[in-house]
Write a protein that binds this ligand. Structure first.
Ligand SMILES: Cc1cc2nc3c(=O)[nH]c(=O)nc-3n(C[C@H](O)[C@H](O)[C@H](O)COP(=O)(O)OP(=O)(O)OC[C@H]3O[C@@H](n4cnc5c(N)ncnc54)[C@H](O)[C@@H]3O)c2cc1C
Length: 421
């Protein structure tokens, strides 16, 4: 067999998009994935007739790279109702649409989610971020999300009752110590478009990327354990040769493979799925816990977005818990049930637990400094490139972007070498 031009290690979104770009640019590619499935952290498992996304996850339709890399209409996206139902003081309070109609949205509140001044500040922040552009967001002075919100004058009430549980759901960090740049990028994406899932689950996203690759490129159950110029070694001991290598694995796995001394820190999350005869809420909206106690961070009902998520007549409920609890799954489920019973009553006793996903390395830490993801170096040697969300910023957008830009850098470098040879 002819020597392959490039081996891409890891079939998450970064690796899939990298492989696609390399193929587009005429390179022969082998995509080696350690597990039995593609998609990495984005995926959907079929379980007893239910579609369980690997932790609650969604696509922001305003992501520029998602718009160019994916055929969004073929994904048959189902959008959440903008805003959130927020639990505190013994009942739910609606935050109608803090991103897209901040004044109108907050004006509908009859709850103390925020002050009148918060309405104005939310509108100003939104306007400023939408007019700023992505580069300006990453190039301006950085602090933590908490410090930025306080700098902007937001009240403790809206920070604790909206921003804290919301950002805990996005960054798995209830302390709001994430970079203000990461926060602003995320806030901008929520303001500029829908938050949605494909009708058949998030796994449709990597499946679409894979479908664009020529048959035979992907090899699953092929864990790479070592690499050097000229090729990689698999767990089985097999050597696979190639002219160049792109490492598209998670930050921790990449550090291990490349022998890096600095291993990127991560944050974890836990997601419990339940089946129920009836949904606990009657619209596809994010339900946030702002009570300040209990294990639950947020809840969604995917079957209110798409009936494909569960067998006919059943509801699928996803409950997210911040971090990885020290207790075992049985204790965590009991604690989640107790809180849900407090919110939704005795019907919760009839919920059937389907599965708990513990995802310890769900996201790279995004504490400052977080640099502009567009300017990250992807070349580690003439023959070695890296990509993945940890070297850009952990979102679907930046994972896709980093895969594409690693492929572009590799092709441009090799074309240049050929031209001067
Ligand atoms: C629960 C959860 C919810 C999320 N929600 C959102 C959201 O709502 N919106 C959003 O934009 N982002 C979200 N994210 C973040 C987003 O999923 C990630 O940023 C993105 O999927 C990362 O893609 P990646 O390709 O960089 O890495 P990964 O998806 O981790 O892919 C790396 C791949 O490399 C493989 N691999 C590792 N080691 C080896 C090896 N030695 N040999 C071969 N293969 C190997 C892995 O098996 C994996 O398939 C969420 C993440 C999680 C976990």
């Amino acid at each position: 067999m002819d020597k392959t031009d490039v081996i891409v290690i890891g079939a998450g979104l970064a690796g899939l998009n990298c492989a696609r770009e390399l193929v587009r640019r005429g390179r022969s590619v082998r995509l080696l994935e350690a597990t039995a499935t593609i998609g990495g952290r984005i995926g959907t498992e079929l379980h007893q007739g239910y579609r369980l996304d690997r932790g609650f996850q969604a696509l922001q339709t305003a992501y520029p790279e998602a718009r160019s890399a994916l055929d969004l209409s073929a994904l048959d996206l189902r959008a959440f109702v903008p805003g959130a139902l927020i639990r505190f003081e013994g009942r739910f309070h609606r935050l109608a649409d803090p991103w897209r109609q901040p004044l109108a949205g907050l004006a509908t509140l009859f709850s103390p989610v925020g002050t009148l001044a918060d309405k104005w500040r939310m509108a100003m922040l939104r306007r400023q971020l939408l007019s700023a552009g992505i580069d300006q967001i990453y190039d301006r002075p950085e602090t933590t999300a908490d410090a930025r919100l306080r700098e902007l004058g937001f009240s403790d009430a809206i920070i604790d009752r909206f921003f804290r549980p919301f950002l805990a759901g996005v960054f798995f960090d209830p302390t709001l110590s994430v970079s203000s740049r990461a926060f602003e990028f995320c806030f901008r994406a929520f303001a500029a478009g829908d938050t949605a899932v494909p009708a058949t689950g998030m796994g449709a996203i990597p499946a679409q990327l894979l479908a664009a690759l020529p048959a035979g490129i992907l090899r699953t159950n092929a864990r790479v354990t070592g690499l050097s110029e000229g090729g990689v070694t698999l767990e089985s001991g097999e050597r696979v040769s190639a002219g160049a290598i792109v490492v598209a694995t998670e930050g921790v796995a990449t550090a291990r493979l490349l022998g890096d001394k600095v291993v990127p820190g991560t944050r974890g999350t836990t997601c419990l799925y339940f089946a129920a005869a009836a949904p606990p809420v009657d619209e596809p909206i994010l339900v946030l816990n702002a009570t300040g106690h209990g294990p639950v961070n947020c809840l969604v009902v995917p079957t209110l977005l798409s009936r494909d998520y569960a067998p006919a007549g059943d509801s699928l409920i996803a409950v997210s818990v911040a971090g990885i609890p020290a207790d075992d799954d049985v204790i965590v489920e009991a604690a989640v049930r107790a809180q849900m019973r407090d919110w939704f009553g005795a019907a919760v006793d009839g919920w059937r637990h389907l599965k708990t996903f513990r995802i310890p390395d769900a996201l790279p830490l995004q504490i400052p400094p977080v640099d502009n993801p567009r300017y990250r170096t992807r070349r580690r040697a003439d023959w070695l490139y890296v990509c993945g969300d940890y070297c850009n910023a952990p979102t679907i957008n930046w994972a896709l972007y980093s895969g594409r830009s690693a492929a572009e850098a590799l092709v441009a470098d090799s074309d240049l070498r050929q031209a001067i040879a």
